[in-house]
Design a protein around this ligand. Structure first.
Ligand code: SF4
Length: 341
């Protein structure tokens, strides 16, 4: 894997410096939060200059273009080294817990009909370093990295670099996040789910369902034609069987589209039919967030229909919650990121 950390190690060894210099650089970044190589005064001047010359002086490759803050959420538009842009969101919970929603791709090619990011199309995958630098940006700016989720722009499991990014995030000399503090959200890329099960079994998995009916799901989410719900559910069962971990089912409620009692009953049936794995599925109901980039065809379900959907699932013995919404006033909620100011 090419990453700045590998490159730093190479610079240290090329200058014939002892390997503890590499550890000192990591300490400067991850303990002292020093964001420029020339400011790392524990290092000899020759090494500081070599790092700044070869890597650029800034440790973090992504650069903030604009920052929007609301009470519990902050959205940052970040410029990538090639001028493309991506977005990351910081969420603050009670008692100071901080969670970050980061992007895995620049734009997205899956064209889910209710999603603002999907209107852009895929520009490119982010590299492992660009993915992790979104967090490095927050960390160097004084935030605590308590948990992160890949729910920003793009489909994480469609980007092969995501696995290298998780390796960097869980490296104890770098970000040192435990797998359980990381959540990957997917629309159902079966090979990606299976790879995650094999290599990072403790990472949390969230699956975007949005309709229990194959035909309607294909309309809302064209990916369903390639990876039909039936096969995705089998892959998710396989994940539960191998890991014993809970899976989160994200369900965005669209008024009179997928929020009827029939839909709720079909979601319950789908999960009940998993047999003993069924109890490890947890449904997260998400009130829809329209933006001026998404089709006007969809509107949010009102309180009554959300409550009705919730009650039906509950009565069927399904574990379910209605997700609290943060940041919808700054277009920082789910499906609202589109890389614009
Ligand atoms: S919901 Fe996710 S996968 Fe679908 S278009 Fe939006 S970003 Fe892409």
């Amino acid at each position: 894997m090419h990453s700045k950390y590998k490159k730093i190690e190479q610079v240290v060894s090329r200058l014939n410096m002892p390997s503890y210099r590499y550890e000192q650089i990591l300490t400067s970044i991850f303990t002292q939060r020093i964001s420029e190589y020339t400011q790392m005064y524990t290092l000899p001047k020759q090494l500081r200059c070599a790092l700044a010359n070869e890597m650029g002086n800034s440790v973090c490759l992504v650069r903030p273009v604009s920052v929007k803050a609301a009470k519990q959420a902050g959205k940052v538009l970040l410029a990538l080294p090639d001028g493309n842009r991506t977005e990351a969101v910081a969420l603050r919970y009670e008692r100071g817990w901080e969670s970050f929603c980061i992007s895995s791709q620049c734009g997205c090619g899956f064209a889910c009909r209710f999603c603002a990011t999907g209107t852009i199309g895929l520009k490119r995958n982010l590299t492992a370093e660009e993915i992790t630098d979104q967090l490095l940006y927050f960390y160097l700016n004084g935030h605590g990295l308590n948990s992160i989720s890949f729910m920003g722009m793009g489909e994480a499991l469609a980007n092969p670099h995501i696995f290298d990014a998780i390796t960097l995030l869980t490296d104890t000399r770098l970000f040192g996040l435990s797998q359980r503090r990381i959540t990957i959200s997917t629309i159902g890329i079966v090979p990606g789910i299976q790879k995650l099960t094999r290599h990072f079994p403790q990472v949390n998995l969230a699956f975007s369902l949005h309709s229990p009916f194959e035909e309607q799901r294909s309309e809302l989410m064209p990916v369903n034609k390639k990876f039909p719900l039936y096969g995705v559910m089998n892959a998710l069962d396989g994940h539960i069987q191998a890991t014993g971990r809970k899976i989160f089912i994200a369900y965005t409620l669209l008024y009179h589209v997928n929020d009827s009692p029939n839909h709720a009953k079909a979601v319950a049936n789908l999960l009940q039919s998993r047999g003993s794995w069924g109890r490890l599925y947890h449904v997260d109901l998400i009130p829809y967030n329209p933006t001026d980039k998404t089709t006007k065809e969809y509107t949010p379900s009102g309180r009554y229909r959300i409550r009705q959907f919730y009650e039906i699932l509950k009565a069927e013995g399904i574990s379910v919650t209605v997700r609290a919404q943060f940041g919808s006033d700054i277009n920082a909620a789910c499906g609202q990121l589109f890389g614009g100011e």
